[in-house]
Design a protein around this ligand. Structure first.
Ligand code: WTA
Length: 645
């Protein structure tokens, strides 16, 4: 039923929108017919030190080469700050709302400029130079944004590691990109609980001999160990430097940041984004998808540790001179009304969050929402995972009061910015569909053999041609980049997502088709969780799959075979959950662990995940061909013991 429901563009929204239906069609056509011309024009939305003459140089075959605006030079921080100062020095750039509801502050563009300048000077004084990698492991405080922009200002490449990752995960990422400089805080604060960030850094650095300096923000004031010579307080260093910090002139294709993300195999890979194309794309998508108008208060609830925080808390909004809200806390602290209270408190106009948060809040009923006015809200957004029509309709009715369009934005760490999404003034909405591609984006749906499908169809989602925000390489492993994204369907970028296209040309993302699971909008490689499990001394073998979970979208289901002689006990089950939390971080906690005396394997020893997925989904009738298994009885045993069957 709901899939057939169509929501028209409200007249009021269409009237003031930057792009209406006719304009979208025209821009889209232009972007396909004259792709270079389209992006040549869009590139002018940011300031260049040396303007580009070359727009695009892309080859998706062979070694794969992607370059945009590649003879231009610019500085990202100058674009996000300096160029706004003549007009907006006194305008709020960042509204910061603390975990504690009584604490918030406004940071103007002038103040942002001063903070970032000092921060940049500190980095330079410690010897950080253009091209050096700096790892940032921070809570959601303004200093996280200052740190990012300071790196961009001096040409250093930041690698942010989400504060929920364990010391081991942090260490792996520091070593992989060879950072010698770390920026962190004493502690983070989420839902009234402290997160021991500095202590985690101390633990991680036991494995990172290359690190020479750690800059520490005093945030909670909690006691931390400070290693003499290595660790420095930000406030002490800031007192020694001035605010003037000359921006480094960067080539459009110089790296801006690395962000680690999970894939279907191996350890997380360092997705590398560069300077010019990324900023053009973040600015373009932020302005049009959120129909951003001068003076709007915009809030994206993501963490800066994820790509959504990079593109849609910091770079996109600030490039556009917007007011961006940064929230330290969680949706249900002190109570389930928090998001809506923050919307009222700061008169938020545009609100962008994840389906998992909506589903969790939906469970609390309508009262926590109804007690807030929410009359400032004009537009809602969703990101990170497919939004089920039920959650979409609730969001639209209860939060948006039937008045606010929802932009369901599909994109990935790799894409740098939104690729498929409604434009609020142009696109009719269907609950659960990311709708249509943005101008300049050319999706294709292919079958298992790579044949491009026409019209209404279902298959695997590829993108035919590049856009400026696309990742350029896997840090330190360009071959892995080409193999992962361009070899499955040669000549196309393969997203790893399944997708359906309906009779109106609307796209419906069906979820990952590879061994990546999406837990509460966070990507997790099944291989990573498996290798954490088998690192436990009592575990012989493990296989991990995703299964449908009411709140998280997907949960983590682990089949574990113990070493001979080990007994499966409730205690051991708990121990294994704790073990994975410690190895990777809380987001990787298995939701269900099933003891498996044996795993279904082919005669060549390959685990048949398809079968494990079906069992985890409780779909026993549909296990498919099991005749190629080395021991078909294994399956009966697993079905008999399916958890909570
Ligand atoms: C999924 C997050 C359906 C998808 C920005 C993708 C979505 C992965 C949506 C990327 C959406 C993201 N509808 N699925 N609107 N947005 N996804 O790299 O499977 O953390 O491949 O980037 O999330 O996750 P990532």
């Amino acid at each position: 039923m709901s899939e057939q429901q169509v929501f028209d563009v409200p007249a009021k929204v269409a009237e003031r929108a930057l792009i209406n239906a006719a304009k979208y069609e025209q821009l889209y056509r232009q972007s396909v017919e004259d792709n270079v011309g389209f992006w040549r024009e869009q590139g002018r939305r940011i300031d260049w030190i040396k303007p580009y003459t070359q727009v695009k140089d892309v080859d998706y075959t062979g070694e794969v080469r992607i370059r945009w605006y590649y003879d231009g030079t610019l500085n990202v921080a100058a674009n996000c700050i300096d160029r706004h100062l003549p007009k907006r020095a006194g305008q709020t750039a960042i509204i910061w709302e603390g975990d504690d509801p009584s604490i918030s502050k406004h940071i103007t563009y002038q103040e942002l400029s001063d903070h970032v300048g000092r921060f940049g000077n500190i980095l330079r004084s410690k010897g950080v130079k253009k091209g050096d990698r700096v790892t940032i492991y921070m809570p959601m405080i303004p200093e996280a944004a200052y740190a990012m922009l300071a790196c961009a200002r001096i040409g250093a490449v930041h690698s942010i590691v989400f504060g929920g990752f364990s010391p081991d995960s942090l260490a792996g990422r520091i070593v992989d990109c060879d950072s010698r400089f770390i920026i962190t805080a004493d502690e983070g604060l989420r839902g009234g609980k402290k997160v021991p960030l500095k202590a985690n850094v101390d633990a991680a650095l036991k494995q990172c001999p290359g690190v020479t300096d750690v800059l520490v923000v005093r945030h909670t004031g909690g006691a931390v160990h400070m290693e003499a010579g290595r660790d420095h307080w930000l406030h002490e260093e800031a007192a020694k430097v001035g605010v003037d910090c000359k921006p480094e002139e960067m080539n459009a294709e110089d790296p801006l940041f690395i962000l680690y993300t999970s894939g279907s195999t191996g350890k997380p890979k360092g997705v590398l984004h560069t300077t010019g194309g990324y900023l053009v794309y973040a600015s373009f998508t932020h302005q049009y998808v959120f129909d951003y108008h001068e003076g709007d208060i915009y809030w994206c609830t993501a963490d800066v540790g994820w790509v959504t925080g990079h593109s849609y808390i910091v770079y996109g909004p600030l490039a556009n001179g917007a007011t961006t809200l940064m929230f330290e806390g969680v949706p249900n602290y002190p109570d389930a009304s928090r998001f809506w209270q923050v919307c009222d408190k700061h008169k938020v106009n545009i609100f962008y969050t994840a389906p998992t948060a909506i589903r969790a809040l939906m469970r609390e009923g309508e009262a926590p929402v109804q007690k807030c006015k929410l009359d400032s809200l004009r537009l809602l957004g969703s990101v990170g995972e497919p939004i089920n029509p039920e959650a979409w309709l609730w969001y639209h009715r209860v939060v948006g009061r039937h008045r606010c369009p929802i932009v369901d934005t599909w994109w990935q760490t790799e894409t740098g910015g939104i690729l498929i999404s409604p434009l609020p003034g142009a696109t009719k909405l269907k609950p659960g569909s990311a709708t249509r591609p943005l101008p300049g984006v050319m999706p294709e749906i292919v079958d298992a053999n790579g044949k491009v499908l026409d019209g209404p169809c279902e298959g695997n989602l590829c993108i035919k041609d590049s856009w400026p925000g696309q990742m350029r390489t896997v840090y330190g492993d360009h071959k892995r980049f080409a193999d992962t994204y361009f070899s499955t369907y040669p000549g196309k970028y393969f997203t790893g997502d399944g997708c359906r296209r309906d009779e109106d040309g609307y796209y419906w993302i069906t979820g990952r088709v590879d061994d990546v699971i999406n837990v509460s909008g966070h990507r997790m490689g099944t291989a990573e969780v498996e290798s954490a499990l088998v690192a436990h001394p009592k575990v012989a073998e493990a296989a991990v799959v995703g299964y449908p979970h009411d709140i998280k979208g997907q949960g983590i289901y682990a089949y574990v075979t113990l070493k001979s002689g080990e007994q499966p006990t409730e205690e051991l089950r708990k121990e294994l959950v704790q073990w994975v939390r410690k190895e990777i971080g809380p987001i990787a906690s298995p939701d269900l662990i099933q003891w498996a005396p044996g795993l279904p394997k082919t005669r060549s020893g390959k685990i048949m995940r398809r079968i494990l997925r079906k069992i985890a989904e409780n779909e026993f009738g549909n296990l498919g061909d099991t005749s190629t298994l080395a021991d078909p009885n294994v399956v009966n045993d697993l079905v008999d013991n399916r958890m909570n069957k």
